[in-house]
Write a protein that binds this ligand. Sequence first.
Ligand code: S3P
Length: 188
Amino acid sequence: MHTLSNPMIPNSEAETPLPKNLVLIGFMGSGKSSVGRLLATNLGFQFIDTDALVVQAAGMPIADLFAQQGEAVFRNYEASALASLVGRQRLVVATGGGIVTREENVALIRRIGFVVALTADEGVIFERVSRNNKRPLLQTPNPRETISALLAKRAPLYAATANLLVDTTSKTHAGVAEEILAATRCPA
Ligand code: S3P
């Protein structure tokens, strides 16, 4: 039985209680969006991506927001997106990898729901994020070193914020989703 930091909601179909929301945190390339979509489908919850809320609110892609207004403005949008979810239910929320770097976000995340941190080995993260070049923080001369430095700062924050840590290295999205479902469907 896992200790949940938030009230449970009844789920008559499964005859087990569920967390009111699931929040996925973790580094870029840890699989939050893909796994989050699978979880939402499986639970009949709505899938929400804080990055998508930022794009909607800012009216431009994240890369443009970083380039034109800087990271701090992006982080303000991200914090507002997160705050807008407080009080809602039956959501699976995928968050941006840097969301835990603001302390007030950590408190909000824990208020919103059961927090799952997805982790992966550094080499696997590098391999996954190398598949696209849309992430502004990795547009550096040595993305591998950037990942290493960011991970060193953030890994302890993910671990401290999460109710559950799931290592995604060499697992499929479906396998990760199953593991999370098994861990969150606690016997009544
Ligand atoms: C960021 C991660 C990105 C996005 C932005 C900043 C970060 O989201 O929020 O580029 O600081 O790690 P993903 O984790 O979904 O790539």
